[in-house]
Ligand binder design. Structure first.
Ligand code: NAG
Ligand code: NAG
Length: 195
């Protein structure tokens, strides 16, 4: 006849079962595809509105351009709007119009001539900030830039770091433009809701 299990065996069996149940419930949690969360559970407090002001330096000439043409179409150079020209940028952003003033970030991305009849760019870029607590945070821009308009408005479609859940708009005004070289300094005012 089978002997009744000893007390230590019962206790260790009990712990093995509890451990198994606990670990499977943790695994189940980790493998959830979908879960409702409260904003506070990922550290989101109150949504706020911020204004950022900086100057964007688009340097196409000289030995160290920050904007370089990376692609074009057969028709680009014969098009009055350079239709199809695609430019990759890593443009400095400074607090004042002078390039020697304090660097607060870089505009990294692409602009491309997207209109056959006007000087109109498609802009797809990130403002990558490096100033103070904003160092490492980004804002993502996807918009249309009619470069000869006095004020252009570009949607801000997202952000990271301190700009998580960002949405808003940026207004661009040409501060200075050199017709001969194509270099430009553009003033930006960005208004963003974020947490
Ligand atoms: C078009 O013009 C650009 C800028 O002047 C030049 O770098 C490029 O080589 C030209 N492309 C063609 C196909 O002529
Ligand atoms: C920004 O962060 C980078 C990476 O963490 C660091 O190397 C750099 O010194 C920081 N810059 C400023 C201006 O705080």
């Amino acid at each position: 006849m089978a002997r009744a299990a000893s007390l230590p065996t019962l206790i260790s069996t009990f712990f093995i079962i509890i451990t198994f149940l606990f670990s499977t419930s943790i695994n189940a949690e980790n493998h959830h595809f979908f879960q409702n969360l409260s904003p506070a559970s990922i550290g989101l407090k109150r949504e706020k509105l911020s204004h950022l002001h900086f100057y964007f330096h688009d340097i196409v000439s000289g030995r160290n351009p920050t904007a370089v043409r990376v692609a074009e179409a057969d028709v680009t150079n014969s098009s009055s709007t350079l239709f199809g020209a695609t430019v990759m940028i890593d443009d400095p952003l400074t607090v004042q119009p002078e390039i020697s003033s304090k660097l607060v970030g870089r505009a990294q991305g692409i602009y491309a001539s997207a209109s056959q009849t006007e000087a109109g760019l498609l802009m797809v870029l990130n403002f990558a900030f490096m100033e103070g607590k904003y160092n490492g945070s980004t804002l993502s821009v996807l918009g249309r830039n009619m470069v000869f308009s006095t004020v252009r408005e570009l949607p801000i479609v997202g952000g990271s770091g301190l700009f998580r859940f960002a949405r808003g708009y940026a207004q661009a005004r040409t501060h200075w433009f050199d017709l001969k070289t194509g270099d430009a300094v553009v003033e930006y005012n960005a208004y963003v809701f974020h947490y």
